[in-house]
Write a protein that binds this ligand. Sequence first.
Ligand SMILES: Nc1ncnc2c1ncn2[C@@H]1O[C@H](COP(=O)(O)OP(=O)(O)O)[C@@H](O)[C@H]1O
Ligand SMILES: [Mg+2]
Length: 276
Amino acid sequence: MPMTEKPDIQELRQRIEFLEDQLEKTQRLAALGELTGTTTHEFNNILMTVINYAKIGLRHKDEAGKTHAFNKILTAANRAAKIVNTILAAARNRKKEFEPVDLIALTEDTLLLLEREMSKYRIAVEKSFPAGPSEKIPEIMADGNQIQSVILNLLINARQAMPDGGRLILKISYDEENEMIDFLVRDFGCGIPKELLPKIFDRYYSTKSGPDESGKGGTGLGLSNCKKIIEEHQGVIRVESTVGKGTAFTIKLPTVIRIKLIESRQRTAGREPSML
Ligand SMILES: Nc1ncnc2c1ncn2[C@@H]1O[C@H](COP(=O)(O)OP(=O)(O)O)[C@@H](O)[C@H]1O
Ligand SMILES: [Mg+2]
């Protein structure tokens, strides 16, 4: 057979690279779409608060009543401003940019977006974050938007695993010995059968019949994306689950210090040949 009839490997490689690039861009846009959907609902909720308190303020003749209404309006508007900033930041940052990120603040921002959704589905979020200046944990080296999409995915999966509501535990802690930050998401939902556990990180694997009424889940892309993102951050994601009891996802992400150590080690290793 003449050589020319064989597919050009080089060309195929380039094609695959191009398609992977396109897929990644599409996934980023899908994540942004999901974020925008979530925040639009939340925004509507805030507007209702503003409108209602404006009406109350207008009705009240006394100073105290008016001040109370103004305070409520101000708090709601501040929340709206914060949410808009999150969206703008996510839309602006399309390419991967790693920088020091405060995981606790990022998680709090993400929870802000899901406040209404969690209360609607009667999910009680229990936070266990180090607090106070003495317990301050180091920053991770991360693309904040990507880590936010991981957190969103895990929280929404947990919420969907508890259709009748329940507890959702979030824990962040500092593993000083390994210079890693541990992030735990534990739900008390349906759980995952042991034989299916190896599948949940596969692309397109889903047990949901489609997006739920709030337009989330059913693509089977959530966890495969989470795994990809965490591994790009040189972290690990693990899962433990018991049917009928619940599921716990643990993420470990390297701190800025650890990343710097790895980088300096790599530089030293790179210099070795010339030093010999
Ligand atoms: N917290 C959880 N509790 C129970 N099952 C889960 C949980 N998280 C993920 N799963 C299972 O893993 C599957 C894949 O999750 P994911 O990749 O996020 O896709 P999707 O949410 O679109 O189905 C889900 O369909 C579900 O069966
Ligand atoms: Mg999901």
